[in-house]
Design a protein around this ligand. Structure first.
Ligand code: ZN
Length: 137
């Protein structure tokens, strides 16, 4: 597994870019809406992984609920795995709880989330990167 990205919940991507792009010097490569998760995502590559700024696009967005409860901050860590079905079967044999439903993330990649209660308070996302990680977005 490798760290694919870190998701950061923000109230406004525009405001957050002032920090991450203009001050820290990262570069935004794309900003996309993921309707299924009611979130807008700004992608800022950083070394082998990237930062994703997450702005809610609807009041019932999971990211909006996170902001209401905890304010802005680190929302989840995402690990890339070669075969997500296989990894989930392995994990379900252990103590990690899956958050339903799984779906599709950025670049239409298969994703799944593991409940923070079963992972020391951190929401963990898994993304299927396939066997050749060079071709994944
Ligand atoms: Zn993510």
């Amino acid at each position: 597994m490798r760290l694919d990205h870190i998701g950061i919940a923000v109230r406004s991507i525009e405001a957050a870019l002032n920090t991450y792009q203009r001050q820290l010097g990262l570069t935004v490569t794309e900003i996309v809406d993921i309707e299924e998760q009611r979130v807008r995502v700004a992608v800022l590559p950083c070394g082998e992984s990237r930062i994703e700024l997450l702005e809610p696009t609807a009041p019932d967005s999971p990211v909006q609920k996170f902001l209401d409860r905890r304010g802005e901050g680190v929302h989840h860590l995402c690990f890339g795995v070669q075969n997500i079905e296989k990894k989930l079967r392995e994990l379900q044999a252990g103590s990690l709880q899956l958050v339903e439903p799984s779906g599709r993330g950025l670049g239409d990649r298969k994703i799944a989330f593991l409940h923070p209660k079963s992972a020391h308070g951190v929401l963990i996302e898994l993304v299927e990167t396939g066997s050749n990680e060079e071709t994944s977005p």
